[in-house]
Design a binder for this molecule. Structure first.
Ligand SMILES: O=c1ccn([C@@H]2O[C@H](COP(=O)(O)OP(=O)(O)O[C@H]3O[C@H](CO)[C@H](O)[C@H](O)[C@H]3O)[C@@H](O)[C@H]2O)c(=O)[nH]1
Length: 434
């Protein structure tokens, strides 16, 4: 891989910088660093590359403690011969094993757009842990760089920046794209439809143009159950008609059309994954920081000492509250890995569109009981009027994904609530209700 250099003295680097917690990744380029440290490192650039900026030895750098270990940062810019400067590099330094790792030969590199976001970071981590080589593109408008596991390069920028895409594809040797970068709040999409169309649809066209031009043949698209709208069916299959009821869902459906059409025209193997209600965290530091979905909204109320709200209990469901299909984000990430591997193994083009859910419904009231148990809250929920646009029931038929990808979610709703609560407490240290 042209963007990887060899660390000659990784042990020294790690020891000097307290890297005993593991990780020990030297990240070059573009990050703000605050604390002066000066590790002595020797590195060799691969043939065909040149340094365009300061050498690491002369730069200020620091340690950034993250949940996954230590990041050691240097500010260095590099470029392929004849190419534009300013790329982000990552160099592996193994703090526990001595001896140079040497440049690794990757079978395939995946670009994960939006990989610093809540779901994206879980996907990046799952793919990285499974041995896939990944690089993240994220504009960090909602993404948090510290969520990324050690050693995953982060390119900061927009999917609508064609020049950046071309450069990133070339520098990292990208052979497949997992596209998660998008706006995703339903209410906001109603207020700002043009922004949603620009980011989710226009941004995607630019990305697909760059993908086609670079000859990339694998593309995985993050879609949503929002494409279905509010179908009156017991289980939503992939054949249930798509009638989105808000601009967010419209942009996801238009995105699927774009992806499939581009796939057919340019011989790209594509997959569209329609997520149902994503919740939980693989570890507390990776938890969702937004308060836009029911579980964090319940936590928020409880933390303030207010009763959680149930939006409507007069729906045609057994307890009158809405039923949803919640899936643990770590399971969702595994589904991405399975889909990416399926695309990688696939000979030639072809598209796959699948629901990602557990196929089991949980009512809002059942969820409220679980949240009360996990948070040890005795605040009884209050029932408020229905929220416009909510369907009584949205549960995935989960058969196709099992059949196509051999995927089945393993984690239950209690695990989702517990792990989400751990993440919530990390950022709200006062949120103990015991
Ligand atoms: O304080 C709250 C918050 C939510 N709810 C209810 O909880 C259920 C789940 O609500 P969420 O907002 O968590 O999720 P939605 O099912 O409305 O939407 C989610 O799933 C959609 C797919 O259909 C989209 O992907 C969307 O982005 C994503 O937020 C709904 O019945 C909602 O009315 C409450 O009763 N009280």
């Amino acid at each position: 891989m042209a963007h990887e250099a060899r660390v000659d003295d990784g042990d020294t680097l790690a020891r000097r910088n307290g890297g005993q917690q593991g990780g020990g990744v030297l990240r070059l380029g573009g990050r703000p660093y605050v604390k002066a440290q000066r590790p002595q490192i020797a590195f060799e650039w691969r043939p065909g590359y040149r340094r365009t900026g300061e050498d690491g030895d002369r730069q200020t750098n620091s340690l950034l403690g993250t949940g996954g270990g230590w990041h050691v940062g240097l500010r260095v810019s590099v470029a392929p011969e004849g190419g534009a400067p300013g790329s982000s590099w990552s160099i592996k330094a193994n703090p526990t094993k001595r001896g140079p790792e040497g440049p690794r030969v990757a079978v395939m590199t995946w670009l994960i757009t939006g990989g610093a976001g809540y779901i994206g970071a879980h996907v990046a981590r799952a793919m990285d842990e499974a041995g896939e080589r990944v690089v993240v593109l994220d504009d960090t408008s909602a993404g948090v760089p510290e969520r990324l596991p050690s050693g995953i390069p982060l390119v900061r920028g927009s999917i609508a920046d064609r020049e950046l895409l071309d450069r990133t594809f070339a520098e990292y040797g990208v052979r497949g794209v997992v596209h998660l970068a998008a706006k995703k709040q339903v209410a906001e999409s109603v207020e700002q439809p043009l922004r949603y169309y620009r980011e989710n649809v226009y941004g995607l066209t630019v990305l697909l143009e760059a993908v086609a031009a670079a000859g990339i043949k694998r593309f995985l698209f993050s879609s949503s159950a929002a494409v279905y709208g509010v179908p009156d069916v017991d289980l939503i299959t992939e054949d249930t008609p798509c009638v989105p009821i808000n601009p967010y869902g419209e942009t996801k459906l238009a995105g699927e059309w774009l992806v499939r059409a581009a796939g057919r025209a340019h011989g790209i193997a594509t997959a569209c994954l329609r997520y149902f209600n994503v919740a939980g965290a693989a570890e507390p530091a990776l938890a969702d920081i937004g308060v836009f979905n029911v579980i964090p909204m319940f936590f928020d109320r409880i933390t303030r000492g207010e009763a959680p709200r149930i939006f409507g209990d007069d729906y045609p469901t057994p307890d009158g509250t809405c039923i949803r299909d919640y899936i643990h984000v770590a399971d969702l990430a595994e589904a991405h890995l399975a889909a990416a591997r399926r695309l990688a193994a696939q000979e030639g083009p072809g598209d796959l569109t699948v629901n990602i859910g557990r196929g089991e419904g949980v009512s809002v009231r059942e969820l409220a009981v679980l949240v009360a148990e996990v948070t040890r809250s005795d605040l009884a929920p209050v029932v408020e009027p229905r929220r416009p646009g909510d369907s009584a029931k949205a549960v995935a038929a989960a058969g196709l994904i099992a059949e196509e990808l051999g995927f089945k979610a393993r984690r239950g709703v209690r695990e989702m609530v517990e792990s989400a609560w751990e993440g919530w407490r990390l950022r709200h240290p006062g949120a103990f209700t015991e």
